[in-house]
Design a protein around this ligand. Structure first.
Ligand SMILES: Cc1ncc(COP(=O)(O)O)c(C=O)c1O
Length: 388
């Protein structure tokens, strides 16, 4: 059977390939994971169970239960002083993944250009293709600590540019941006007829005193779409609860697509998400503190191994070291580490062409696993003549 043309533009995920290769290898340590290795807080799990028992098993309103939308609106009000109307300016989606797909389907026509970070979360490029748009890469350069340079954006804007997607804290680099740096990007959005989509799923995962800046705080309201989720913050990726927050006019087309893509997000998980957002946040703080400790272990460990060039990440739970000195690209390097050290990392090229000589290392695993993985990596990488 002939498959749809659009699928030709959607490469299979190389992350899956790494996981498939690792299957069945005993003692393998995975540093490829893109989700917290924690459980949701117990009161959230209880709320989920109770929701099932109380019969929240049917369809819910397409935009999500109003009570959840109110909880999301409260969060933006309390955390950032931003006011969004829960009735008309919030849509609950099946994870941030569905949010991104739906936004692109709602706004992108064939040939429209969408600026995306390179390296960046791999869904961006795939979703732009699925909307028949043209992804335009904005390089996040190592020498610039993987921050997005406003000049690089300005250079890529054409009459066809319809949207820019940004993501800080960033997957895969762990980079963050200051208010001043983000402001410069927002000014470009202000001056052009483009929509800004800010994917902020890692907003809580910031370290060394960095404060997350919600883009809606500084960008023009009528052009800004915020994507978020309970997935990472509450270690609840399987709940599939994400959300879109945007000005009423901007949200309307997104709501229309969302309804036909998924009808509504998981109903009992929405009830649990209300508890997650409104309940105590201690478990989140503890999880972030643990991630911070692991970040230090992995960063210091990598710096000790000759050949890695490491930009210290200030957010998310990834490190994106340069591995060019080992004389391999990221794909070969990842295969080498899997075969020789039984350690899984993800080739940087998965996240865009700029990632060719990098790998993404996730520290969403125990300190013991991280230390063991570092010991194994050191042992096998010592054998390689490193370019100066
Ligand atoms: C930057 C980024 N956005 C969105 C997502 C997807 O989140 P969700 O699990 O809520 O669909 C991920 C997951 O890895 C991510 O890294």
């Amino acid at each position: 059977m002939k498959i749809a043309e659009r699928l030709k533009m959607v490469r299979p995920s190389g992350i899956r390939k790494m996981f498939d290769l690792a299957q069945g290898i005993p003692g393998v340590i995975s540093l490829g994971i893109g989700q917290p290795d924690f459980k949701p807080p117990p009161h959230v799990i209880e709320a989920y169970k109770k929701a099932l028992e109380e019969g929240y098993c049917g369809y819910s309103p397409s935009a999500g239960y109003l009570e959840l939308r109110k909880a999301i609106a409260e969060r933006y009000e309390n955390k950032y002083g931003l006011t969004y109307n829960p009735e008309t300016e919030i849509c609950v989606t099946s994870g941030a993944c569905e949010a991104l797909y739906t936004i692109l389907q709602a706004y992108i026509d064939p040939g429209d250009e969408v600026l995306i970070p390179d390296p960046g979360f791999l869904y961006y490029e795939r979703d732009v293709h699925l909307a028949h748009g043209k992804p335009i890469h904005i390089p996040l350069k190592e020498e610039n600590e993987f921050k997005m340079n406003p000049d690089d954006i300005a250079e890529k804007i054409t009459p066809k540019t319809k949207m820019i997607i940004i993501n800080f804290p960033s997957n895969p680099t762990g980079s963050v941006m200051s208010r001043k740096q983000l402001k410069a990007i927002c000014e470009i959005v202000e001056d052009h007829d483009i929509i800004l989509v800010s994917d902020e799923v890692y907003e809580e995962f910031v370290y060394d005193g960095h404060k997350h800046i919600c883009l809606a705080k500084i960008a023009p309201r009528e052009k800004t779409v915020i994507v978020n989720a309970v997935s990472k913050t509450y270690a609840a990726t399987g709940f599939r609860i994400g959300y879109v927050v945007a000005d009423k006019e901007l949200l309307l087309p997104i709501l229309r697509i969302h309804q036909y893509v998924t009808a509504n997000a998981n109903s009992p998980a929405q009830i649990a998400a209300i508890t997650a957002l409104r309940g105590p946040q201690d478990a989140v703080k503890e999880m972030i503190a643990e991630f911070d400790a692991r970040r230090k272990i992995i960063v210091n460990g990598l710096k000790r191994i000759k050949g890695f060039k490491v930009v210290e990440p200030k957010g998310a739970f990834y490190v994106f070291p340069n591995i060019k000195a080992f004389g391999m690209n990221g794909e070969k390097f990842a295969e080498y580490l899997l075969n020789e050290a039984k350690v899984v990392v993800v080739p940087g090229s998965e996240f865009g062409p700029s990632g060719e000589y990098y790998v993404r290392i996730s520290y969403a695993t125990s300190r013991e696993n991280l230390k063991e993985a570092l010991t194994r990596m050191e042992e096998v990488l010592e054998k390689i003549e490193v370019a100066e």
